[in-house]
Design a protein around this ligand. Structure first.
Ligand code: FPP
Ligand code: MG
Length: 295
């Protein structure tokens, strides 16, 4: 991972614009799940750290743009770039990061550059669907899962596929692993938005619902509520929730064991991921860290 961080720093330096370097250095790196996945699948390949750095730059760019779109004030516990520097700067920094990443991607096998580039098209479509769906109270579970696949899982799928191509492993199996890992990751994210405290999350709790995002636990909850309660839930959609309403939502989720059923969904996806890669201990352990994480 040290090498990935060094390469990221070098790529930013190569952009040769000190203001961009300065802004980038203030960003928190996060878990580097995508780079870790690539290094785990292709540990011996000399270009794996560069590929890891590329996808982390793409991921960072997507989050910079996402925070503008979501009007998020916090990212990983610190003020977002759009909050401190304004949306224009956040968008342009994102553009610099992902165009630099794409320049570097051209040195890879076309199967890899195509897979990563196409995944960015899909994640952009997923983001567009997410925004569209947040405008009203979406109860369509299949549509929600499709959007999750596009918005989050597709880049992780492309990472696993590409790393497998690098070292000549079974790329279809690794793509299936990555897709299911990505979906499980996002469902756990949706759960943590409800269960984790604000200090751990680095953003307000139940923030997704306030942003208009009807995530899997809310879709499940809606199905279990009676007519009056359904209306109460809908009336809270896309609003800043007061403590009373937060308490009510949490108590109803407890009553119907909603968090448990969302976890069961994430666990089933993890089983599918494991089924694709068999007894690869390192890839199994990435699954463990995703499902058991607290932030
Ligand atoms: C986070 O979702 C957002 C994403 C994982 C993808 C965002 C994608 C784009 C903005 C497309 C543009 C892509 C590039 C490369 C410029 P979230 O809002 O549910 O998660 P959060 O709580 O972490 O904000
Ligand atoms: Mg967001």
């Amino acid at each position: 991972m040290e090498t990935v961080e060094t390469i990221i720093a070098r790529l930013i330096d190569e952009v040769d614009y000190p203001h961009a370097t300065e802004l980038f250095q203030k960003l928190s790196g996060g878990k580097r799940l995508r780079a870790r996945l690539i290094l785990t699948i292709a540990p011996s390949d000399p270009s794996a750290p560069l590929l890891g750095a590329i996808v982390e730059l793409i991921h960072a760019a997507s989050l910079l743009h996402d925070d503008v779109i979501d009007e998020a004030q916090l990212r990983r516990g610190t003020p977002s770039v759009n909050a401190t520097e304004g949306s224009k700067t956040a968008i342009m920094l994102g553009d610099i990061l992902y165009s630099k990443a794409f320049s570097e991607l051209t040195s890879f096998d076309p199967r890899i550059s195509r897979a990563v580039a196409e995944s960015v098209t899909r994640l952009s479509i997923g983001e567009m669907m997410d925004v569209g769906m947040a405008a009203s109270f979406n109860t369509d579970r299949a549509l929600y899962l499709k959007m999750l696949y596009l918005k989050t899982a597709t880049l992780i799928e492309a990472c696993a596929y590409s790393a497998a191509v690098l070292v000549g492993k079974d790329h279809e199996a690794h793509a299936t692993y990555g897709k299911n890992l990505g979906l499980a990751f996002q469902i756990v994210d949706d759960i943590l938005d409800i269960t984790a405290d604000e200090a751990t999350l680095g953003k307000p709790s139940l923030n997704d619902f306030s942003e208009g995002k009807v995530t899997l636990p809310y879709i499940d909850l809606y199905e279990r509520l009676d007519e009056n309660e359904k209306q109460r839930l809908i009336s809270n959609h896309a609003k800043v929730l007061d403590e009373n309403e937060k308490k009510w939502i949490r108590s109803k989720m407890d009553e119907f064991k909603i968090i448990e059923s969302s976890y069961a969904h994430a666990s089933a996806l993890c089983e599918e991921a494991i089924g694709a890669i068999g007894d690869d201990i390192a890839l199994r352990s990435i699954i463990e860290t995703v499902i058991k994480r607290s932030h």
